[in-house]
Design a protein around this ligand. Structure first.
Ligand code: NAD
Length: 449
């Protein structure tokens, strides 16, 4: 059935309609209108499944997608034009161009933590670049999956864009097919499976994965703002954010003060009911098991049935404790102190290259050292999360946190192939390259050095 769907989309793609810029702009506008029409349902579903507040739902899910659509619509005509690039003297007489072209039919696989945004933002890129798309949302947020299915099927013909609902079995079946591109957002282990499946047909992949993203606070940091911004970044969506600070490294001389301030902000932000739920009991149990090792500094209470875990800070955690062996992806923040920046860097380098890194420091030298010495996807100096929310910064990981990037122009690029074209003149023809030209080697040596 899925293979029929793919063939249908491939046939549609070959008709060429999606390649017209006017068509793409119309579809992006249609998507925006569809989201507007379903806005209240989206907010209600996010509240129902993840207990997200309307503010969180609008800023991190719906509003985020609107902004992507408007930014991309504004620039699309320009991006789709062939770009003239330089031509070296060796190719005198010719001109060089880059022609962006859509991959064809893209498969977009999304996770549950931002179940609307992480399915729709890649789709915006796919449409902008002129692709057809099959979107597979997460089975852990089934109400959002069916809402997306309804919204997309009301808006687009299934030969152009469609949603396929289901879990691992559905995803595995889709991955057996010969899509032209796969855009996957999810965990590292599943990312590896996706890449393995894609390798069978050499399908290009964009992998938006996760990892253990550190936050560092040194002795020069503005502690009040550090506390506020770390608490917000860590406990938004109850820590179920791919770029949430995973663990905190704080200079020993400011640790006590920072933790006091963080407790204050946890109280201020999350004691009013605006706090998300854990996605499932299974996920809640996994998180609660992390609390067995270490000393709870703050929080620590939970109700597995209600899928609630308090914002929690723990210390006295060994670096080889279970909580440090995988991405936490929940509202538990282990804290470690350090006495020198080298020690902090040493700890971070014991782990895979993270998706994000956050540094709170007023020292330019420390900022430079961290940026130069640690490899990570992206991040912020003196803030958390915000680098994801600008269309001017491509968002993606490196190494185990994934590869490829999107948002803004990078979304258009993620779903495009740039064809390199040389247009040669027929007005003359230099003889140097041809065999048996007497001075060929001499000329080549002069030109290619
Ligand atoms: P997941 O990898 O378990 O699932 C993601 C998607 O893959 C789902 O649609 C699921 O149905 C499918 N899937 C699951 N197992 C599969 C398998 N064996 N074969 C094929 N498909 C399979 O991830 P999740 O639990 O939904 O999301 C959490 C993870 O996603 C975290 O690691 C987080 O860091 C990461 N994440 C990354 C980003 C990013 O932008 N880089 C954003 C959000 C989440």
């Amino acid at each position: 059935m899925n293979s029929e769907l793919l063939e249908k989309q491939q046939r549609y793609f070959h008709r060429g309609e999606t390649k017209q810029v006017k068509f793409r702009l119309k579809q992006l506008e249609a998507l925006k209108r569809a989201i507007q029409a379903h806005e209240q349902e989206i907010i209600a579903t996010l509240h129902d499944e993840l207990h997200k507040s309307p503010l969180e739902s609008y800023s991190t899910e719906i509003g985020f997608v609107y902004k992507e659509i408007s930014f991309i619509m504004k620039h699309l005509r320009n991006w789709t034009k062939p770009k003239r690039v330089k031509t070296p003297l060796t190719h005198f007489g010719s001109k060089s161009y880059l022609y962006p072209e859509p991959y064809g039919v893209s498969l977009i696989i999304a996770p549950w933590n931002y179940p609307f945004q992480l399915a729709m933002a890649p789709l915006v890129g796919a449409i902008a670049a002129g692709n057809c798309a099959v979107v597979k949302p997460s089975e852990y947020t089934p109400k959002m999956s069916s809402l997306l299915n309804k919204m997309i099927s009301e808006t687009f013909a299934d030969e152009y864009v469609t949603v396929v609902e289901g879990g691992v079995d559905v995803s595995t079946a889709l991955l057996k097919l010969r899509f032209d591109h796969i855009f996957f957002t999810g965990s590292v282990p599943v990312g590896k499976r996706v890449m393995e499946a894609a390798s069978k047909h050499l399908i290009p992949v964009t992998l938006e994965l996760g990892g253990k993203s550190p936050v560092i606070v040194d002795e020069t940091a503005h502690l009040e703002l550090a506390a506020k911004r770390i608490v917000w970044g860590k406990f938004s969506n109850a820590g179920q954010t791919c770029i949430a600070p995973d663990y905190l490294l704080v200079h020993e001389t400011v640790k006590a003060r920072l933790l006091e301030k963080m407790k204050h902000y946890i109280n201020e932000f999350y004691n009013n009911g605006h706090y998300a739920k854990i996605v499932s009991e299974r996920h809640a149990k996994r998180l609660v098991s992390f609390l067995e090792k270490g000393t709870i500094v703050y929080g620590g209470r939970y109700d597995i049935e209600k899928r609630h875990i308090e914002p929690t800070i723990i210390e006295d955690v060994a670096l080889d404790a279970p909580v440090m062996q995988e991405e936490i992806f929940g509202p538990i923040l282990p804290v470690f102190s350090f006495s020198s920046m080298d020690e902090a860097i040493g700890i971070i380098q014991q782990f895979e290259k993270p998706l994000a890194l956050y540094l709170f420091s007023e020292s330019r030298e420390v900022q430079k050292t961290i940026l130069e010495q640690i490899r990570f996807g992206g991040g912020c100096i003196n803030d958390t999360l915000l680098h994801i929310a600008t269309p001017y910064l491509p968002f993606g990981g490196v190494g185990e946190s994934g590869f490829g990037a999107y948002h803004g122009k990078a979304s258009f690029d993620a779903f495009s192939h740039y064809k390199s074209i040389l247009k040669q003149t027929t007005r003359f023809d230099f003889p140097f390259r041809y065999p048996n030209y007497p001075y060929a080697l001499k000329w080549m040596k002069r030109l290619l050095k």
